[in-house]
Design a protein around this ligand. Structure first.
Ligand SMILES: Nc1nc2c(ncn2[C@@H]2O[C@H](COP(=O)(O)OP(=O)(O)OP(=O)(O)O)[C@@H](O)[C@H]2O)c(=O)[nH]1
Ligand SMILES: [Mg+2]
Length: 458
């Protein structure tokens, strides 16, 4: 990491959420941040205090009127989040008082921070790699405990470690090639060809296995889009309500009650499910209902997990059998769970079929079994291991994918007896891609799009 700290002009922002609370924190970072705060602080002389100390005093405006009683925490450069001189003012947590403290500091000529500007400075000062900075945003936006775990792993630098190891392997390979290039005039046989090939093939395998975690990583980070489909009156909305534990959707005995898709977030065992209740599937002349059915189909197509519900209180008809087979087939690789509902009122079925689970929402039968099944099926065949690192970002996945392509090109080149200088081109391109993940090689656009995801004050 870069140890050279560059201090930019100071910026300030409210770092805590807007609203009423016990305290709020305003953060100021940049060159002379402490002396800027001293201009509006009545208490000890802050310029004479040590780093990592806390001081009680008052914020006063230009005319000397008190704004609030506060605690200020001082961080001398480079020992702060951004690496710059930093002050955190803890004031009373009212919306207006917090705003007033911020305005008072801005009136001294400190600039209001942009979204993610503190973290961007931390990155530019080498306090964090780019993937770690992204993990900070993921942590803030995490909506499930598993997403928090995944972000923590990345923040601790576990992805960075893998990338560094891959880079080292490529550098080793390049060194072997350069050795060959040095002796090319003397017509020396490429002694380490097999060794080089093995090194690159091992790298290929390792990148692949990291890439394979992306599907699970995406589900853990964004949640599992889980669609509930079936005929009208199958008990879809009842199941949604049962899972989320509230009357989110309207339930009636009238077939065709749900007209539009209804979304609800539900967490189970640390995993977020984005449940989507849909309009019952049937042919209809009702324009509104027909649009609802079209939306059900669309939700089905975008799902990560499908629950098809069949009302067990009615025997199957031919149309239903065709429909179930059709959806099962169209699900392809997306897990499809066939659920029998209203098990408390089960009718005689002529057509025996294997339900994954039979439930009764009214009598709470097998609801826990269903919940567990949802989690197992959502992550099955996704190379998910609770303790291992997951690739969760499309940006990282894309860079790893490109790295893999360059490594494969080098392997192919080697097999075709291409000369070392050709192989070096591919390996250098692979290094570039890996560098983009940790931020050693970046461009402005990427940085802007990454840091704009942050909230102001982070
Ligand atoms: N006996 C019994 N009835 C149930 C159960 N679950 C739902 N029902 C009833 O089935 C009827 C339809 O339930 P809904 O949840 O509205 O069904 P839906 O699939 O959302 O129906 P549409 O929105 O019209 O497509 C209601 O009268 C529910 O009370 C159950 O476990 N047992
Ligand atoms: Mg419904």
């Amino acid at each position: 990491m870069n140890s050279e700290i560059h201090q930019k002009p100071p910026i300030a922002a409210i770092a805590t959420p807007v609203g009423e609370g016990g305290i709020a924190v305003i953060r100021i970072s940049g060159m002379n941040a402490i002396s800027k705060v001293s201009e509006i602080f009545k208490g000890k002389d802050l310029s004479k205090q040590d780093s990592h100390t806390v001081h009680f005093g008052k914020i006063v405006d230009k005319k000397g009127f008190p704004v609030d009683e506060v605690l200020v925490t001082l961080f001398h450069s480079p020992k702060s989040y951004t690496g710059e001189e930093t002050v955190e003012i803890s004031c009373h947590g009212g919306v207006l008082v917090t705003q007033k403290v911020l305005e008072t500091i801005l009136a001294t000529g400190v600039k209001a921070a942009e979204a993610g500007e503190f973290t961007q400075r931390a990155f530019l000062n080498g306090k964090l790699d780019l993937d770690q900075a992204e993990a900070v945003a993921d942590l803030i936006h995490a909506k499930s405990l598993k997403a928090v775990d995944a972000a923590h792993q990345q923040l601790e630098g576990r992805l960075g470690e893998h990338i560094k190891q891959f880079r080292q392997q490529i550098i080793d390979a390049t060194a072997m090639i350069e050795l060959e290039l040095d002796f090319i005039e003397e017509d020396v046989e490429f002694a380490n060809k097999e060794q080089l090939q093995k090194l690159l093939e091992d790298l290929d395998t390792e990148i692949r296995s990291l890439l394979e975690t992306y599907e699970a990583g995406r589900l853990v980070k964004d949640g599992v889009k889980t669609v509930i489909i079936g005929r009208p009156n199958a008990g879809k909305s009842t199941l949604l309500n049962t899972l989320v534990g509230s009357d989110r959707a309207i339930v009636t005995e009238i077939a065709g009650t749900t007209r539009d898709t209804i979304d609800a977030d539900w967490s189970y065992d640390g995993l977020l499910f984005k449940l989507i209740d849909t309009a019952g599937l049937r042919k209809t002349d009702d324009v509104v209902e027909a649009e609802g059915v079209r939306r059900s189909q669309k939700a089905f197509e975008q799902a990560d997990l499908v629950m098809y519900l069949k009302d067990l209180s009615h025997p199957f008809n031919e149309e239903e059998r065709v429909e179930i087979a059709h959806f099962q087939k169209r699900s392809g690789d997306t897990p499809f769970i066939l659920i029998g509902t209203k098990a408390d009122a089960e009718a005689d079925m002529e057509w025996r079929t294997e339900f994954d689970v039979k439930i009764s929402a009214h009598e709470q039968q097998n609801i826990d079994t269903l919940k567990k099944l949802l989690k197992d099926r959502a992550l099955e065949n996704k190379h998910y291991d609770a303790s291992s690192l997951l690739v969760t970002s499309t940006r990282h996945r894309d860079s790893l994918q490109k790295t893999l392509e360059h490594v494969q090109a080098a392997i192919n080149g080697l097999k075709m007896n291409m000369t070392g200088d050709f192989l070096s081109i591919d390996l250098r391109a692979a290094l570039q891609e890996l560098g983009a993940i940790t931020g050693e090689i970046t461009n402005e656009d990427i940085l802007d799009s990454i840091f704009s995801r942050f909230c102001i004050g982070k």
